[in-house]
Design a binder for this molecule. Sequence first.
Ligand SMILES: CC(C)(COP(=O)(O)OP(=O)(O)OC[C@H]1O[C@@H](n2cnc3c(N)ncnc32)[C@H](O)[C@@H]1OP(=O)(O)O)[C@@H](O)C(=O)NCCC(=O)NCCS
Length: 157
Amino acid sequence: MSLVLRAAERRDVPELLVIEQSQFPEPWSRGMLLDELSQVATRRYVVAVEEGRIVGYCGVMTVVDELHVNTIAAAPGEEGRGVATRLLADALDDAAARGLVRATLEVAVSNVRAQALYQRFGFAPVGVRKNYYARTREDALVMWADLPARRVEPRES
Ligand SMILES: CC(C)(COP(=O)(O)OP(=O)(O)OC[C@H]1O[C@@H](n2cnc3c(N)ncnc32)[C@H](O)[C@@H]1OP(=O)(O)O)[C@@H](O)C(=O)NCCC(=O)NCCS
């Protein structure tokens, strides 16, 4: 896999919208994505590009000495190839290099795939936010990791 990671740009928004709409029950709108990309002081959005096509993206936010993972997704049909692993490793490495000490995120309680990804990076569940997702009313698991995160290789199956 020849993935290149680079900063997301406004011109990427149409491709990011396709990912949002196919991968999330409550997809972000064009306006929300543009707003996130415009907040350069606190946000860091990175796309994974393969042969000119965006195959995944990750957006994080810095709050004082903590990193919040706002969003991460592989493009439809690109799951299970290590795209999110690359993106999350990049985001956490960058955060640690900037001196951030913890990382947190919310994930739907039913999203066991994403939870497995986060656990490989040392994220552990610390609580539940009830009815976190507006449309589905699903609860969110709150997970935290200490930085620098240490990636644990998945077991051979
Ligand atoms: C959850 C999600 C982000 C994971 O992205 P992904 O790119 O498929 O994740 P990865 O490929 O890095 O890791 C997933 C699996 O691929 C395996 N993998 C990692 N590198 C690999 C590689 N180079 N080749 C093949 N498989 C690989 C991992 O072992 C992992 O296996 P498992 O999850 O079956 O145990 C993706 O499924 C997705 O976009 N879901 C919808 C959006 C979403 O739920 N986002 C999270 C919101 S909190």
